[in-house]
Write a protein that binds this ligand. Structure first.
Ligand SMILES: O=C(O)COP(=O)(O)O
Ligand SMILES: [Mg+2]
Length: 227
């Protein structure tokens, strides 16, 4: 591996995608050819980043569910952390109040989720926050979904867990992201870059903000390392 290029930890939604949530095809060769470690860090359930790595043809090193799930293929290590029972109980209580989670009967957003619960952003937030707080959980609004999450995990603790497996330091990493769920990995990374469409928290916690949005922003974030 090229020692001049930092390992990369990158968010999916809002960072590798376009404004319609489709992967920007221009990011694919960059991820595939990155000469150092690539970690995909997302709020989504594990099958999504695993499939992304698989179809890109890169090693599967994944932080999913905002840090609740960490998988490192190189060491065959899977770590699940966070109070899933409490998150499911929040979902039950929310339904008892007459709200559904907003993802339909089959609910692909929660189907493979192992530590968290997600609720569609068009559903009421306040009762969800109250139910979560009563069980020691927090609600993260990523701009894509409300995540009922255990505060003992985040993408920062996920990065630390990956580093412990691989003998790397978080401070070696370049991190790129767009929202509040990227803040802790931004704090630990050597350089944190927010894309222009990022939310306020991500903009504040970043070392650098791109002028381009979405996939264009990602390409700009990594450009200094590709010359
Ligand atoms: O699942 C979400 O809400 C956001 O996903 P992301 O962390 O890949 O942006
Ligand atoms: Mg994102």
């Amino acid at each position: 591996m090229d020692t001049d290029t930092p390992p990369l930890i990158v968010d999916i939604d809002g960072t590798l995608t376009d404004e319609n949530r489709a992967i920007d095809p221009h990011v694919m060769p960059v991820l595939r050819e990155w000469p150092a470690r690539v970690v995909i860090a997302t709020g989504k359930a594990m099958p999504f980043p695993i499939a992304l790595c698989e179809f890109l043809g890169i090693e599967r090193t994944v932080v999913a569910e905002n840090g609740g799930v960490v998988f490192v293929e190189a060491s065959d290590e899977l770590r699940l952390e966070g109070d899933h029972e409490a998150a499911l109980a929040v979902g039950e209580a929310y339904r008892d109040l007459g709200h559904d989670l907003g993802f339909g009967q089959v609910d692909l957003a929660n189907r493979w989720r192992e530590t968290e619960l997600v609720v569609s952003r068009d559903r009421p937030l306040e009762p969800l926050e109250e139910l979560a707080a009563a069980r020691g959980l927090v609600v993260l609004d990523t701009g894509f979904a409300y995540h009922v999450t255990d505060p003992v995990v985040d993408k920062g603790t996920g990065l630390e867990a990956v580093c412990a497996e691989l003998g790397l330091e978080p401070a070696e990493f370049l991190a790129v992201g767009d929202s509040v769920n990227d803040a802790q990995m931004f704090d630990l990374a050597g350089e944190a870059v927010a894309v222009a469409n990022a939310d306020e928290t991500a903009l504040e916690r970043a070392d650098r903000v791109t002028s381009g949005s979405y996939g264009d922003g990602f390409l700009e974030a990594v450009a200094p390392y590709r010359e």
